[in-house]
Design a protein around this ligand. Structure first.
Ligand SMILES: *Cc1c(COP(=O)(O)O)cnc(C)c1O
Length: 308
């Protein structure tokens, strides 16, 4: 358990790269990308940020096993399995969907290779994953473990994500980030004075509902979450759904800038940023910082399917 430094010491702060496009010059805006995708080859972007203080806390409390939750292509499952391997800890993944136990899937195969013990449960049971009675049955089955919620979504996760902003010295007028559980956005909000300039791009339908979630995550009744902006029109049909237009955007972005985006989160977020620039959402003179939250391990599954 003394290996935690081995995975913690990474190339931080992550670099900030300017993205040059002719249309940005026309609009008088500048776009920059904070490359959290470069934090670690196996523990992608914001998942590394969210795991950091969770793993430290687990070790401080003398735990040698992490238990967490996720779906079939979950970046969080992949990241947790790899981080635990590097930290010399055991990991258990509670996976949504019993049928998956018989299917081959890159994310889950890699997690298993990293030593994660996978337990497949029905979607119905998975929905109960935060209920006390359900957690009690897990406690009986697996004995002692440190629990990390789905997506690393807890206070320690927020604390880790707040550090994204500590690394940003320059002034930016807007901060753009993709949202799943909203934990990364909550971290950024907690470390930002001008909350109205933080723009979240939910990767799923009904993204407006994230406002309430952010409020809960930030443990506040005031209007912290009200005053930030959610762009809920860039879900491309829903979570993990995609369109040829989105895949084309990701492909041409890579060809032009040599930066890969994932199709679940960062591709949709940057598509949205480009679209908003086009629609003059950002006043001329704006400096925009988008966070590349990583997530590239999931791409391998889709490119296999779509002959990319
Ligand atoms: C998990 C993930 C997100 C969503 O982060 P939340 O903190 O759950 O909102 C965004 N981008 C990438 C690449 C992810 O893997």
């Amino acid at each position: 358990m003394s290996h935690i430094k081995k995975w913690l010491s990474q190339n931080l702060p992550t670099p900030i790269h300017q993205i040059q496009e002719l249309q940005f010059e026309d609009k008088g805006v500048q776009l920059f990308l904070k490359r959290d995708d470069l934090i670690h080859p196996e523990i992608s972007g914001n998942k590394w940020r969210k795991l950091k203080y969770n793993l430290i806390a687990a070790q401080q409390q003398q735990h040698d096993t992490i238990l967490t939750f996720g779906g079939a292509y979950s970046n969080h499952i992949a990241a947790t399995a790899a981080a635990c391997r590097l930290a010399g800890m055991k990991s258990i993944g509670i996976i949504r969907g019993e049928e998956l136990s018989k299917k081959e899937n890159r994310t889950l195969r890699k997690a298993a290779d990293d030593g994660m013990r996978l337990k497949f449960i029905s979607r119905e049971n998975y929905r109960r994953k935060t209920e006390a009675a359900f957690l009690e049955t897990l406690g009986k089955q697996f004995q002692k473990f440190f629990l990390i919620p789905e997506g690393g979504s807890n206070e320690l996760g927020i604390k880790g994500c707040a550090e994204i902003m500590n690394e940003v010295q320059e002034q930016f007028d807007f901060i753009c980030v993709a949202c799943g559980t909203g934990t990364t956005m909550a971290g950024i909000l907690s470390a930002t004075h001008h909350k109205q300039n933080v723009i979240g791009f939910p990767a799923f339908k009904s993204g407006e509902d994230l406002e309430k979630v952010l409020q809960q995550l930030l443990n506040t009744d005031n209007n912290t979450a009200d005053s930030c902006e959610l762009m809920s029109d860039y879900h491309f049909g829903g979570y993990a759904r995609h369109t040829p237009e989105l895949l084309q955007f990701i492909r041409s972005f890579k060809a032009k800038h040599q930066i890969e985006l994932d199709f679940i989160y960062t591709g949709k977020m940057l598509f949205g940023v480009y679209d908003l620039i086009q629609k003059d959402f950002f006043p001329s003179g704006s400096k925009i910082l988008a966070i590349h939250t990583g997530g590239l391990q999931g791409n391998q599954s889709i490119w296999e399917l779509f002959d990319y």
